[in-house]
Design a binder for this molecule. Structure first.
Ligand SMILES: Cc1cc2nc3c(=O)[nH]c(=O)nc-3n(C[C@H](O)[C@H](O)[C@H](O)COP(=O)(O)OP(=O)(O)OC[C@H]3O[C@@H](n4cnc5c(N)ncnc54)[C@H](O)[C@@H]3O)c2cc1C
Length: 366
């Protein structure tokens, strides 16, 4: 059985960034259930918007984004809709619109060859024996085993590592549902939709490469019915759907208290969404995935005596920032404070109707 310094489970943005950063300094095994080629196999349902914090992480790493990953068009504002109050506002945003699957494959392609990567490989079981972590995984059509000093759970919302380390920990979860349609709006746009009758989280739409993607995060119980109800309501706001070309869903974590951020223990570590590192106010998580990977790689590089303690301490400011997002989400999902914020017009960028009739066609109640 091969032994490694570090075994990383999951190569989304968090795991891929960590594997890249540890290359050359430690013996690393990295497992990912996604395939390296093609669009079949696992793909992450995601809006694929890279926030400025994620862009900053690439600046620090000296990495530039290839055009093959970037989606069309780039949009500079988010149309925010309060359904009950019939209010629409435009807020400027500096996201980069990317093709999420292409982005994930590109991030994996940056991992140097000295890291032993298994694509299309599901980690089935983990356990601790003595001072080693043991893993069972499927790779190259057969079951394999390995051991590692450090185990890293970069395996997203349904993290096996998180469930193993904290079997009793409950974090709020929603079902994220997205449908893809042919784009039929006169001008592509992003939107963020609040409707407390449908969800106490929020819904969104994104225009990408000729598709109109409509989605939202809904309570687990009757998510599909709520999603269908909102689609019907949005026709009143001139959203155009047609036949869905693709439907996707997944679990999304919604941290709602300080204790929801968990960093790991016993030489096992959680990074990215597996740690609960996702913004409760926007469900933006790629930047926190990249930041937590960077922090953990630095902890390993410094060979801290108690690496768990060092990682916990080093993520403190990131966790405080995420706690701030929890507070922000409470203000945004409360009907009265949201209405007050939107009515105030702060940061709203009004459209010039006369000059842009096509844009105005897609809007109401400005
Ligand atoms: C619908 C939706 C829209 C979103 N939109 C945005 C957005 O626009 N911008 C943004 O910044 N964030 C967005 N997010 C959040 C973002 O997708 C996540 O926070 C981010 O992907 C977390 O990265 P990660 O690397 O921690 O986990 P993930 O991206 O979930 O990656 C985990 C990886 O682990 C692998 N894996 C899981 N289990 C195993 C296993 N047992 N064995 C082997 N491999 C395994 C999977 O292959 C997967 O690739 C969105 C989330 C959802 C649900």
């Amino acid at each position: 059985m091969e032994h490694f310094d570090v075994a990383i489970i999951g190569l989304g943005p968090a795991g891929s960034a960590l594997a890249r950063q540890l290359s050359g300094t430690m013996r690393v095994l990295a497992l990912d259930k996604k395939r390296q080629c093609g669009s079949d196999g696992f793909t992450k349902p995601c809006g694929g918007l890279l926030a400025p914090d994620a862009q900053r992480s690439f600046i620090r790493a000296g990495i530039t984004l290839p055009v093959s990953v970037i989606a069309n068009p780039q949009i500079f504002s988010v149309k925010t809709v309060d359904v009950a109050a019939s209010l629409t506002r435009n807020y400027q945003r500096s996201y980069i619109n990317v093709n999420r699957h292409a982005f994930d494959l590109w991030m994996k392609s940056l991992i140097p060859d000295d890291v032993q990567v298994h694509h299309d490989s599901l980690c089935q079981k983990i356990w601790r024996e003595g001072d080693k972590w043991h893993l069972t995984f499927r790779a190259d059509g057969q079951q394999q085993q390995a051991t590692a000093r450090y185990l890293v759970g970069a395996d997203g919302a349904n993290s096996l590592v998180r469930r193993h380390l904290y079997p009793d920990h409950q974090i709020r979860k929603y079902v994220a549902i997205q449908q893809w349609f042919a784009e039929r709006h006169p001008v592509p746009f992003y939107s963020c939709i609040f409707d407390n009758d449908v969800t106490d989280c929020y819904s969104w739409s994104i225009s990408k490469d000729g598709y109109f993607i409509f989605g939202g995060a809904y309570p687990m119980k009757d998510g599909q019915a709520r999603f269908a109800a909102l689609k019907e309501k949005m026709e009143r706001f001139h959203f155009r759907f047609g036949e869905p070309l693709k439907s996707e869903k997944c679990t999304v974590l919604f941290p709602s208290r300080w204790a929801d951020f968990v960093c790991g223990k016993e030489n096992a570590f959680l990074i990215g969404e597996a740690a609960g590192f996702i913004s409760a106010s926007s469900l933006e998580g790629i930047s926190y995935a990249l930041d937590s990977a960077e922090i953990l790689s630095e902890v390993f590089r410094q060979q801290a005596e108690d690496a768990n303690r060092a990682y916990h301490k080093a993520t403190r400011s990131l966790r405080i920032k995420l706690y701030g997002k929890i507070l922000k989400s409470r203000a945004l999902t409360s009907a009265s404070s949201r209405k007050w914020i939107m009515r105030s017009g702060i940061a709203h960028v009004p459209l010039t109707y006369e000059e842009q009739p096509a844009i105005a066609d897609g809007l109401v109640n400005l």
